[in-house]
Design a protein around this ligand. Sequence first.
Ligand SMILES: [Cu+2]
Length: 490
Amino acid sequence: MPFVSRRGFLAAGAAMAASFQFNSRALAQEPPALRLSATTRTLDINGRAATVFGLAGPQGSGLVLNPGERFRVDLSNDLPVPTIIHWHGQIPPNGQDGVPDAPMAALAPGETRGYDFAPQPGTHWMHSHIPIQEMQLLAAPLIVRRPEDVRADRQEVVVLLHDFSFKSPEEVMAEITGGHGASHGAGHGTPAPVQGMDHGAMGNGAIGGMQHGSMSGMEMDLNDHDWDAYLANDRTLADPEIIQVERGGRVRLRIINGAAATVFWIDTGTVAGRLVAVDGHDIRPLAGTRFGVAMGQRLDIELDLPGESAAWPILALREGARERTGIVLAAPGASISRIAGMGETEAAAFDVDLAQEGQLLALDALPSRSVDRSHMVMLGGTMQPYVWTIDGAVWGGHRPIGARSGERVELMFHNMSMMGHPMHLHGHSFQVVEINGRRMAGARRDTVYVPPMSMVTVAVDAGEAANWMLHCHHMPHLATGMMTEFAVEA
Ligand SMILES: [Cu+2]
């Protein structure tokens, strides 16, 4: 029984009707599908009410699946507008991937559609693939636990990060694209010198947050919008989530950067962390207290807390700026002091020299084999006009990147622009195999950050014959067309 058609999914394809009758009998023996609803909710952001979108499930916001559990979900659109949800990090059949009209239409208001596939384990998430909806927080964690997670006796703490504006996403987009480009006020969005061109580890695995010499003559653009708030699990540091932990507790942070256009540094403060997975894939553990995470990416960080009645803030610092957000881990009896929403100093720009990515080594490397096909993928664009391109084109004028199913393909991302781009490929997990000309057995991922004027090569075994989206996960870049297709033929 390769595929169980379900109610709404069936409605979209008459060809599936026959299999539905066969499969409906089998359904009786399975637990009911999980219900997930795209809906609106109200948040309190620094004392002001905000109506945003969300994904409500049986466990609250988001889903946690246990080992062996299928991803069997009935998604309902309870919004007044069409929507569709992408299961970021999953490898579903292409028809269930969740991109509007590629191939399935968005769900109309009131429509329910069924999804059923074997999920990829790890820290993943799900979000609308309509950029202005993701900007309205239509996103939630999607955690698939491994058997070893269940055995580990390690408290799992999920943190979903966002940037937030009280303005409508249309207004935000108009401000970003409407002739001004980067905002140049208040010390944000100003071109920052490219830092840290001296390579190599920065001591004890600690990454970033350090000022290196600027590279003469080059400026990169960070943070093309100043958001009203930065959220960790929907809250600011004025009223952060307090998570009860044990003295001497063992914690696994599952960090998801769901922001539209903000790269964060995760700062574990006085507690040493171990980065053990990125994008749901295990890596060789990397010690440190500060790890960067670009839009769409995930970090799993293990902490072994001291045996004290203390509180340990876990902060997310906006790159190139002073704003921050976060949560607080608190042992019984801890006194919790207020944390300012602004740090003393600006956090560094993330991974301009790929020092972090260059230290990440896969534990589940792709099998070694010869490369059947390689493509140079040029990333370009400018703030003025606000246009971001792949191979010189925006969506609609793009030329798909071709492959045959089963081929080993290398995509050489070459960023010729002055902004960084987190590049996300649907339906596959790739491996970072080269950074600025240096071959390596880097991390398995689905989203790789390509800083300005840099080259990152990923290897991927082409999967199901279908057109899979390949795009920048900076939402204003995506909204203005920074997307192409990885066109896999049979
Ligand atoms: Cu981009």
